[in-house]
Design a binder for this molecule. Structure first.
Ligand code: NI
Ligand code: MN
Length: 225
């Protein structure tokens, strides 16, 4: 699987004929080295919650590529209102799609959607555990530390994408505790150094994280995994 970090909580991946992106915060993301014109044939979009640094360029990408969109019920119904099809899941729900299995996980956070008419309710914030082939990825979304994460040990997570920036989410010390609870094979820090309030040192996270391998991805870096 190819995995590319586009900064903040946005990751792009390619596996088989699938080109997926999660939390597509591209245009307004100061650390994202590409524009949406650089993306080709996006087949799947995952959105953890409605905040603009996660919902990002969803509407433009949907209009351009007509991908399968997987998010929560409220964001899905907002997209449906804009005549964009989307699957609206609920926290704890699991579904076997043709491409793999998706479970929506809880996140301790909030969720609103910015619209031209102001903020609207964005449902429960979440994260995703999704499986492509035999690859299981847990993208925690924006969340504080929660003991529920211990349950995800049984999902045998290969890669955990974990926020470390603090202020809006857990900081790197809590992120280390989160990794201890989930016990993934690999942890990738995210949601840091985009804004002043979420400055964090991923090397410090790597040093403190004795519970999994850490891969620090540079903004725009692509790895084969
Ligand atoms: Ni948020
Ligand atoms: Mn955020």
């Amino acid at each position: 699987m190819k995995l590319k970090y586009l900064g903040h909580s946005c990751f792009y991946g390619e596996i088989n004929n699938i080109k997926w992106i999660i939390d597509p915060f591209i245009t307004e993301n100061p650390n994202c080295p590409i524009s949406i014109d650089d993306l080709e044939d996006i087949t799947h979009i995952f959105i953890t919650h409605g905040h603009s640094d996660h919902f990002g360029d969803t509407i433009e990408l949907c209009k351009k590529f007509e991908p399968i969109v997987i998010t929560n019920v409220e964001i899905a119904s907002y997209l449906n209102f804009l005549e964009i099809p989307a699957f609206g899941m609920q926290i704890g729900g699991r579904h076997k799609f043709p491409f793999g299995t998706v479970k929506m996980t809880p996140a301790i956070h909030s969720s609103t959607i910015d619209t031209a008419q102001g903020n609207i309710y964005g449902g429960n914030p979440g994260g995703f555990i999704f499986t492509f082939d035999n690859f299981t990825i847990y993208h925690a979304g924006d969340t504080g530390l929660m003991t529920d994460m211990e349950l995800f040990q049984e999902d045998n997570i290969d890669i955990m994408m974990v926020p470390i920036g603090g202020f809006y989410t857990m900081d790197l010390d809590d992120a280390v505790r989160a990794v201890e609870l989930v016990k993934p094979k690999i942890s990738i820090p995210m949601h840091y150094n985009t804004f002043d309030l979420i400055k964090a040192d991923p090397d410090e996270f790597k040093l403190k994280n004795i519970f999994s391998k850490t891969i620090i991805m540079d903004f725009g870096q692509e790895i084969d995994i």
